[in-house]
Design a protein around this ligand. Structure first.
Ligand code: NAG
Ligand code: NAG
Ligand code: NAG
Ligand code: NAG
Length: 300
């Protein structure tokens, strides 16, 4: 899992040296949020440096959790807390106080959107580039795709209790965005993260979350065409399996979230601010050319 998450960056570092430039100090800064089981050393930090080199904007990887334990905390700290800690860190970074851009990988997108929607008195997020984000949820819990490593084994052990069990929701981060298609009622009642993030509960919709999300200048949603981790891969575009269906995939524009505009996605799209991008490759395997084309322009 972690290997998959990091491999893409290796491809990039070689090319990076050829394209490096000196960052300019008055451009908008950015942060990079890593995914599940990852951390801010090695791959993701190199990717942040690469983006900084290519865009000329200052930026760095923000570690999930209390710092230094991203690999563990991204697994076992509930997303609500991951987002809250990231919110405190961001508010503390004076260089971001005039606004900033976000690039997020996989589960890091749940934290990114927490920063955008939930973080009170925070600097504004201007552009948001999402790489393989499980925005509409995933239909298959981690035990379907996570097979190696100690954290994976621990998580899978607890997931046997049931993904919507309170203890699991409080201790296994990815359970916060698992949406089993035929357990929608359980999901809405017991999932502690995604229903709130997506304003999915009819009686609890918060227009502040929507206003904040709709105030983005650009939303770039990158889907990996050969994504074997996210089911369905269209979740990266806010698409999800239609009610009652198993093989039928909804495009974002056919979901109630979009049509009734629960979080401002439609408003953004109508304003031409959403880029639905698809790239070849498995989960997070973005190539150098696609990085230059779809990520770097939004950091300049
Ligand atoms: C970024 O640029 C610096 C300075 O030119 C260079 O030393 C470094 O290798 C580059 N790193 C990446 C990942 O692009
Ligand atoms: C914020 O910055 C202060 C001073 O640098 C530091 O003591 C504090 O731990 C920081 N808080 C967070 C949440 O990073
Ligand atoms: C909606 O969210 C905002 C921002 O976090 C909060 O201040 C407000 O109390 C919430 N409104 C409701 C009705 O929960
Ligand atoms: C995508 O997956 C298919 C089937 O597994 C494979 O044939 C194809 O080469 C893959 N393409 C990329 C770009 O990874």
């Amino acid at each position: 899992m972690a290997d998959i998450l990091r491999r893409h960056v290796l491809l990039l570092t070689v090319a990076a040296v050829l394209f490096s430039t000196v960052p300019v100090s008055n451009s908008i800064p950015f942060i990079v949020l890593h995914g599940l089981g990852d951390k801010c050393s090695g791959g993701v930090s190199d990717y942040a440096t690469l983006l900084s080199n290519l865009s000329g904007s200052p930026g760095s990887c923000l570690e999930i959790g209390h710092g230094g334990h991203g690999a563990r905390d991204s697994w076992f700290m509930p997303l609500t807390l991951q987002a809250k800690l990231a919110c405190n860190i961001v508010k503390n970074m004076t260089e971001l106080s005039q606004g900033y851009n976000i690039v997020a990988e996989s589960q890091g997108n749940m934290v990114a959107r927490g920063l955008i929607e939930f973080c009170d008195d925070a600097p504004p997020v201007i552009n948001y580039v999402s790489l393989g984000g499980p925005h509409a949820g995933v239909a298959a819990p981690p035990n379907k795709w996570c097979h190696a490593g100690p954290f994976c084994a621990i998580a899978n052990f607890f997931l046997k209790i049931g993904v919507y069990n309170d203890f699991v929701q409080d201790h296994i981060a990815p359970s916060g965005f698992v949406k089993i298609p035929d357990e929608k009622t359980k999901y809405l009642e017991h999932s502690k993260y995604l229903p709130k993030l997506n304003n999915e509960r009819p009686d609890q919709r918060n227009s502040t979350f929507k206003d904040r999300f709709a105030s983005l200048h650009n939303l770039v949603l990158v889907m990996f065409l050969n994504d074997t981790i996210l089911v369905p891969r269209e979740t990266s575009w806010f698409g999800f399996i239609v009610d009652g269906g198993v093989d039928t995939i909804a495009v974002a524009q056919l979901t109630a979230l979009y049509i009734e505009d629960w979080i401002g996605l439609k408003a953004l799209d109508d304003a031409g601010k959403v880029k639905f991008v698809s790239v070849p490759g498995d989960h997070l395997m973005i190539g150098f050319d696609d990085t230059v084309k779809y990520v770097v322009p939004y950091l300049k």
